[in-house]
Design a protein around this ligand. Structure first.
Ligand code: ADP
Length: 450
């Protein structure tokens, strides 16, 4: 018999809090929701066994309020915390404080969060473990002369990146020597302003890559596996919009090759928990960009094609159990696509919070909707604008695309603007139908289809 926890607190909101509660309930675990005053009517609060209000609407006072979350654990007797994604999920300090209170953090060690949170350290660490990285400076750039020397070696265009970076901030391209000084200075200023740290490094700027990421799992007993790739190349301002698994450009051999490199690296690192190793992929080569030490928004597409519940695995790993699958048990079947349905204008992406007056999610075989929305629910303006995720499974990519078209036509959300019409347009496009796109494709498409 596997052991789990009796009670888990979910330090998040929205669709991911609901998703984690569902996994807990199926494992017989009691759930505690935390919420801000703006979220009293949210689905994650309604569905939880217990809930605790942890502060006013602004995330910094509620979902990021570590003392209030620790108090909620103490009051309810929660033995473990699942952080979801965003908020405190990659906060090493939070993981440390939980540890100090004898509460299990459902995620990796604070040490591994720290290593991967600093991009220079992360790149150096994974490179030493055999993962291919983007050519560039091995470590921080001291000054402009140093930047010039490296740029000359790797060739233009180059990208100056913030070591503490996130959300695309502190990242500047220099196409030639003339642009280097300005890009270097701007990246440092932006990095200092955003992260309080102006450490930057240089990488070769890849011009037409795809974004391909590998899902990994490691347990506390030294086992590690990979669950194949996700292709997240359809992005706007570095934000993923639609993801698919498998990738239209990765075959079985390539998947095995990069998957084994990834799982062997995390095994050597002694990493436990779920994680995602993100790569740019160009001319048949992988280049590491970062590792996320948490569950990803797009995890369901992997769950569907591998028949593996990643949230249950995370909980089980945290409780000390072995992984439930060995690499040989991971069989990839069919194709899955996820569309992020946001309360936003489908062209300008301006947020459209407000009351959902009618809500009818799509259904049918192979259709999954992860959402915290319901008819009559008011989307608060304080958090990200995701209403939910439409995830569709098909026997192959064509079947999946056909099903996606049908489900998008069926999905009804009224009262707020949504990104559903954008997906409807994208599914008519030849490049999307044939899988011929890279990380710049969507921006170019939006420019030419205003
Ligand atoms: P952040 O953590 O700020 O999101 P990442 O390193 O994950 O930064 O990169 C975000 C995005 O920036 C990538 O998905 C890719 O689109 C682009 N990018 C990052 N590094 C490079 C590179 N060397 N060449 C081209 N594009 C890059």
């Amino acid at each position: 018999m596997k052991k789990y926890f009796n009670k888990v607190l979910i330090a998040n909101r929205g669709e991911i809090a609901v998703r984690i509660q569902r996994a807990c309930k199926e494992l017989g675990i009691q759930t505690v929701a935390v919420h801000s005053t703006a979220d009293s009517d949210a689905m994650h609060v309604k569905l939880a066994d217990e809930s605790v209000c942890i502060g006013p609407p602004q995330a910094v006072n509620s979902y990021l309020n570590i003392p209030a979350i620790i108090s909620a654990c103490e009051i309810t007797g929660a033995e473990a915390v699942h952080p979801g994604y965003g908020f405190l999920s990659e906060n090493a300090h939070f993981a440390e404080i939980l540890e100090a209170h004898n509460i299990t953090f459902i995620g990796p060690t604070s040490e591994h969060i720290k290593i991967m949170g600093d991009k220079i350290t992360a790149k150096e660490t994974v490179s030493n473990l055999g993962i291919p990285v983007v050519p560039g400076s091995n470590g921080k750039i001291e000054d402009l002369n140093h930047a010039k020397k490296i740029a000359k070696n790797i060739g233009f265009p180059v990208l100056i990146k913030a070591s503490s970076g996130g959300g695309g901030k502190g990242m500047k391209i220099a196409k030639s020597q003339n642009e280097l000084e300005e890009a270097f200075n701007m990246a440092k200023i932006e990095a200092k302003a955003s992260f309080g740290d102006d450490t930057v490094y240089i990488e070769k700027y890849l011009e037409t890559p795809r974004h391909i990421e590998i899902q990994i799992l490691g347990d506390k007993n030294g086992n590690a596996i990979h669950l194949g790739e996700r292709d997240c190349s359809l992005q706007r301002r570095n934000q993923k919009v639609l993801e698919e698994a498998t990738s239209p450009v990765i075959d079985t051999l390539k998947r095995k090759e990069i998957g084994e490199i990834a799982s062997s690296a995390i095994s050597k690192l002694g990493y436990h928990g779920a994680g995602t190793i993100e790569f740019l992929y160009e001319d048949n080569k992988f280049y590491f960009i970062e590792m996320n030490t948490r569950l990803q928004v797009e995890h369901p597409i992997t769950e569907i094609i591998t028949d593996c519940d990643l949230v249950k695995e995370q909980i089980s790993i945290a409780a000390g159990n072995n992984l439930s699958k060995k690499q040989a048990d991971v069989i990839i079947k069919g194709h899955a696509i996820e569309c992020r349905i946001n309360a936003e204008n489908p062209r300008t992406f301006v947020p459209s919070p407000g009351k959902i007056t009618a809500y009818h999610p799509a259904g049918g075989p192979g259709v999954r909707v992860d959402s915290g929305a319901y008819s009559g629910y008011t989307i608060p303006p304080y958090y990200d604008s995701m209403i939910g995720k439409l995830i569709v499974f098909g026997n192959d990519r064509t079947d999946c695309l056909d099903k996606l078209k049908r489900t998008i036509d069926e999905f009804v959300i009224e009262g707020v603007e949504t990104t559903l019409p954008l997906f409807k347009d994208l599914l008519q496009n030849e490049d999307i139908i044939s899988g011929n796109y890279n990380i710049h494709w969507l921006e170019n498409y939006l420019e030419s289809h205003p």
